[in-house]
Design a binder for this molecule. Structure first.
Ligand code: SF4
Ligand SMILES: [Zn+2]
Length: 343
């Protein structure tokens, strides 16, 4: 959809680029699951030239390109990696993110990929999680990576299994078919797969967002080991930020996030996880403010042990407002018809 792409490019064009190519973006430690056990993971975000799709126009909710440095070289990325690994503390899982695609040669060259993977193998890292858009995932790249590091989980940001939503709401730049082609290559290579699904991309009502996320989960279930639900958060220089500032967009309710997890847990056997970025804050998924902490705790608990009973005791007076919204928003707001492509 050309108009959407043009508008997103215009908004993104106002960002200020980052200038220090020797500085990694960030790193932190967080809990994850390895062989059904909660373990610590080390998350690294390297500064690359950024996602190629974001340079063209990009997804409507994504501001990761704000951290990119277009002139960065392989040597500088390796320097960032060496620096950040000084903070590595024996975590069993390491996640190397680039705010783009680890398998895009323009961001991380084949030679650099190899050096990073070999260094990680020399540490006590058991599993490595890497992100990529589908178009950069090929059997050849996967097998070469597997040769350098055996236990890789490839994470793909599908966002929605509905092509209409992908095109008209997210501006994803690929279709569900592209995802399927890529993930079949992941499976053929005997690697693990994590699929990100967005909760509440723009222009969907709260109810449509729940429906879209659950349908998407059902549809990817046959391919993926893990489904990671990402409730939209408002990032800088994005279309979502502009809609949000104009009061035309509200981030999802935590009630909706829990609803998506409950409905999906009944429908799929992939492991479900969710860690809402900026959860409880105005730019992240939130409820009324009084109950947010309890919801976030329950979502975290569920992500680690998959026990739906944790949601049974969640209640708050804001539930009525959320239920009214589910019922009425469709009448008051023009919306994307998620039924246009039956999942
Ligand atoms: S969400 Fe992923 S694919 Fe989309 S612009 Fe951001 S980094 Fe690129
Ligand atoms: Zn509440």
């Amino acid at each position: 959809m050309k108009e959407l792409s043009i508008e997103i490019s215009k908004i993104r064009g106002r960002r200020k680029g980052h200038t220090n190519p020797r500085e990694y973006v960030s790193c932190w430690s967080e809990e994850d699951v390895l062989n059904a056990k909660a373990v610590n993971s080390f998350v690294v975000v390297l500064r690359t030239r950024g996602c190629y799709w974001a340079h063209q126009s990009g997804c409507s909710m994504c501001g990761y390109i704000n951290d990119a440095c277009e002139s960065v070289t392989d040597e500088e990325i390796l320097f960032q990696f060496t620096e950040v690994m000084k903070r590595y503390n024996g975590q069993e899982i390491v996640k190397i993110y680039t705010s783009g695609s680890f398998f895009d040669d323009r961001e991380v060259s084949a030679a650099l990929r190899k050096r990073i993977l070999e260094r990680l193998k020399a540490n006590a890292v058991k599993r490595l999680i890497l992100e990529s858009r589908p178009e950069f995932i090929t059997s050849k790249k996967l097998l070469s990576a597997k040769n350098d590091f055996p236990d890789i989980e490839v994470a793909v940001g599908l966002e929605s299994a509905n092509d209409f939503v992908l095109e008209h709401s997210i501006n994803k730049g690929f279709t569900f078919k592209d995802y399927v082609r890529a993930v079949k290559a992941v499976k053929r290579s005997n690697l693990r797969l994590r699929t990100y699904i967005l909760i509440k991309p723009p222009f969907l009502t709260e109810q449509e967002a729940i429906t879209d996320a659950v349908r998407s989960a059902r549809k990817v279930n046959e391919y993926t080991d893990i489904i990671s639900f990402n409730p939209v958060n408002v990032q800088k220089y994005t279309l979502v930020e502009r809609l949000w500032r104009n009061r035309e967009y509200r981030t999802p309710w935590l009630w909706s996030v829990v609803e998506v997890l409950k409905q999906s847990a009944k429908a799929v056997n992939a492991r479900l996880i969710c860690a809402p970025t900026a959860g409880g804050m105005k730019r992240g998924a939130h409820n009324c403010g009084k109950c947010d902490e309890r919801f976030l705790k329950a979502i975290k608990h569920f992500s680690l042990n998959q026990n739906m009973n944790i949601f049974n005791d969640l209640d708050c007076e804001c539930k009525e407002e959320w239920l009214d919204l589910l019922e009425l928003q469709g009448f008051t707001q023009s919306s994307v018809d998620v039924n246009r492509i039956i999942v």
